[in-house]
Design a protein around this ligand. Structure first.
Ligand code: PRP
Ligand code: MN
Ligand code: MG
Length: 182
């Protein structure tokens, strides 16, 4: 285990088992819908790459990068598009992939955008959901795990861009980010 990790919340095996289940549900739901699977950079990339390999349906991949500007551990609530999709989502079934939904601000913005672009349907798959922290009114259609309000890293999730490559999801030691709290 990495020295900055206080506790492992979900092991690589836990994550793989849950993704297999989600993949089966999504395979059933999207059988003839030819969905566009949209990964929100960068946190979602590890989850997305494992999830789509458990989806036995015709689909396409696309990516979007947004930033909630402001730094540190708190989301600012303002979301800006850094990279838009390549595909046109009009009349298409869209599956948004997130590693984590926290305040919901990121997701709310993207969801509204795809509705506005006349997607046939928009659904959200999040590996982690922190309902205690919700500010925006967003629906997560498929959740991997509901977690408490702890700072998590690994399996795509970062602190200051580090730790994304850890194969498990861990809780970051508060001493690592204590200097940012006031
Ligand atoms: C993180 C995470 C979600 C978002 C969730 O992304 O990957 O996209 O924050 O927070 P919210 O529900 O409060 O909006 P971040 O903006 O840190 O970018 P990253 O994916 O590149 O780490
Ligand atoms: Mn993200
Ligand atoms: Mg981040």
């Amino acid at each position: 285990m990495h020295n900055d990790v206080e506790e492992i919340l979900y092991s690589a095996e836990d994550i793989a088992a849950r993704i297999k289940e989600l993949g089966q549900e999504l395979t059933a739901e999207y059988q003839d819908k030819n969905p566009i699977v949209v990964g929100i950079l960068k946190g979602s990339v590890l989850f997305m790459s494992d999830l789509v390999r458990e989806m036995d349906v015709k689909l396409q991949l696309d990516f979007m990068d947004v930033s909630s500007y402001g730094s540190g551990v708190e989301s600012s609530g303002h979301v800006k598009i850094i990279k838009d999709l390549d595909a046109d989502v009009a009349d298409r079934h869209v599956i948004i992939i997130e590693d984590i939904v926290d305040t919901g601000n990121t997701l709310a913005k993207i969801y509204d955008l795809f509705q506005h672009r006349n997607a046939a349907s928009v659904k959200v798959v999040a590996l982690l959901n922190k309902p205690e922290r919700r500010v925006a009114n967003v629906q997560v259609d498929y959740t991997g795990f509901e977690i408490p309000d702890k700072f998590v890293i690994g399996y795509g999730m970062d602190f200051d861009e580090d730790y994304r490559q850890l194969p498990y999801i861990g809780i970051l030691k508060p001493s690592v980010y204590a200097h940012l709290l006031h």
